[in-house]
Design a protein around this ligand. Structure first.
Ligand code: C2E
Ligand code: MG
Ligand code: MG
Ligand code: MG
Length: 269
């Protein structure tokens, strides 16, 4: 069709592209307003349980946007725009503070609580003020630093490895914990596990999904858990939905679990 009717097709594509661009700009303007207004962005919390007695030992803070006309949006709908616009920096700063505030409250009342996990995108991780933002969140909330766990992806580290290594050490000096999110899906080298001050490997949901029926997924999950055990790291499986997955992972030695089987992400109330 492009060949037969180039001119009309061009106009059609152009119109579509124009609309996509306008939609993006609109969403970006709305997100900017949400950041300014401050009451549309919220954190949901998903429980993490241990393997010993199944108690809730932590939560992962997950970003949501109560959009005025579109309803509740999850990161897939807006994290790309948050990153390309740079808005992820103020949003991430806010999320760190908000999660630390919540953690401080839970820590005061729940003796089993030991972890609040907060996601950092590559852009945040490579942003000049990240160390300051994390330090401020800890100081302002007076949270015990070892309660805070920052989740970073392999690609966020690898994309800027020269600066990432000293930064990881500086973050660790604050007394917090570091987890590699979506472990096994990034383009990375195992040697960094030797050199980086990491505490936790998060086994990606894609492996957990196939663990019962796919021998290769099971082999990968088992290998990640063994690797973590041998290096003295803890493991958490993400996206656990079925009892069979939980039992298999537990038998493999996985130390913590997160997924709909134990609880979906919920607002703080
Ligand atoms: P992630 O850090 O890997 O988070 C896990 C995602 O899996 C979450 O999606 C969670 O709701 C979902 N999940 C957990 N258990 C299950 C399950 O049993 N089944 C299924 N189907 N899904 C499950 P969510 O909340 O949509 O977040 C998506 C991604 O957005 C996160 O992936 C993270 O990379 C990013 N993100 C979320 N909150 C923040 C934030 O505050 N800052 C930054 N920079 N990124 C965030
Ligand atoms: Mg995460
Ligand atoms: Mg993950
Ligand atoms: Mg994931």
């Amino acid at each position: 069709q492009v060949k037969n009717n180039g001119k009309n097709s061009y106009q059609l594509f152009s119109h579509e592209m124009h609309k996509t661009l306008m939609d993006r700009l609109k969403l970006e303007a709305e997100l900017r307003e949400a950041v300014t207004l401050g009451n549309q962005l919220v954190l949901y919390y998903q429980p993490q349980v241990n393997s010993v007695d199944g108690k809730i030992v932590g939560y992962e803070a997950l970003l949501r946007w109560n959009h005025p006309t579109r309803g509740l949006l999850t990161p897939i709908d807006f994290i790309g725009i948050a990153e390309s616009s740079g808005l992820i920096i103020p949003i991430g700063k806010w999320a760190l503070l908000e999660a630390c505030k919540k953690a401080k409250k839970i820590h005061a009342t729940d003796v089993h609580f030991e972890r609040m996990a907060v996601n950092l995108s590559a852009l945040q991780f490579n942003h000049a003020n990240i160390l300051e933002h994390v330090t401020n969140a800890l100081l302002e909330t007076d949270l015990a630093p070892n309660i805070l766990e920052l989740e970073i992806t392999e690609s966020a580290i690898i994309s800027n490895i020269e600066e990432a290594i000293p930064l990881l050490f500086k973050l660790k000096e604050l007394g917090l914990k570091l987890a590699i999110d979506d472990f096994g899906t990034g383009y990375s080298s195992l040697s960094y596990l030797k050199n980086f001050p990491i505490d936790t490997l998060k086994i990606d949901k894609s492996f957990v999904d196939g663990i019962v029926n796919n021998q290769k997924d099971a082999a990968i999950a088992r290998t990640i858990i063994q690797l973590a055990l041998n290096l003295g790291l803890s493991t958490i499986a993400e996206g656990v939905e079925y009892i069979e997955q939980h039992e298999l992972l537990k038998a493999m030695g996985c130390s913590n679990f997160q997924g709909y089987l134990f609880g979906k992400p919920l607002p703080q109330e």
